[in-house]
Design a protein around this ligand. Structure first.
Ligand code: URA
Length: 208
């Protein structure tokens, strides 16, 4: 069998972000690693001013090993681009690094991560925050907000305005792009899209 090492072992010479990535790839802190293809670590420059935090990788992300490359990623890419935020300049990650799902026939259906899984995975999110040291953190949805604050408030209670954090950081909460995809086509979805877009424009202004 191939030797894969243990968490924290043999990575001392790596750059900090690469070290955390390698350690995350070996994570067994919760059972989600058992059924996932791989851990999906964050992506982006290690000096990014803005860090986006999603919920967990989806089916496509699990296979690709990269965050936000599936349908939710397309919504995210379009909205950030329209707000003048370059994806190449921001750091994009998830609160939970392994894809939680159940099989329905041959399809892998997303299941929401639960509190213990989010709490275990915070170990990695905190290290990403330490290395990147972003000025603005954008929580995409309630799971990310909970992972970042420990608060179980619903998105609508806290979205759309800057929330000061320790170390001069600002937290901004908005909806998760997958929520937009779940809404039926029509006025409700259009309104939700517009509000998401307005939130990202507010993030772009904060980053100036
Ligand atoms: N949803 C997320 O929260 N993150 C991804 O990477 C993809 C979909």
């Amino acid at each position: 069998a191939q030797w894969r090492g243990r968490e924290g072992e043999g990575f001392a010479d790596l750059a900090p972000l690469e070290r955390v990535r390698q350690e995350t790839s070996l994570c067994t802190r919760c059972p989600l690693h058992c059924n996932a293809t791989q851990a999906v670590f964050g992506e982006g420059p290690d000096d990014a001013r803005i860090m986006f935090v999603g919920e967990q990788p989806g089916d496509r992300e699990d296979l690709a090993g990269r965050p936000f490359v599936g349908p939710a990623g397309s919504v995210f890419d379009q909205a950030t681009e329209a707000a003048g935020i370059s994806r190449a300049g921001v750091y994009v990650t998830n609160a939970v690094k392994h894809f939680k799902h159940e099989m329905r026939g041959k399809r892998r259906i997303h299941r929401r991560p639960e509190r213990p899984e989010i709490e275990q995975c915070r170990h990695w999110l905190v290290q990403e925050l330490d290395v990147i040291d972003p000025k603005i953190i954008v929580a995409l949805g309630a799971t990310a907000y909970f992972a970042l604050t420990g608060d179980t408030a619903a998105v609508e209670e806290v979205r759309g305005y800057p929330i000061p954090l320790a170390e001069g950081r600002i937290l901004f909460v908005t909806t998760h792009p997958s929520y937009l995809l779940r809404l039926p086509e029509g006025i409700e979805r259009q309104t939700a899209h517009r509000r998401f877009q307005e939130d990202l424009q507010a993030v772009a202004r904060l980053a100036q």
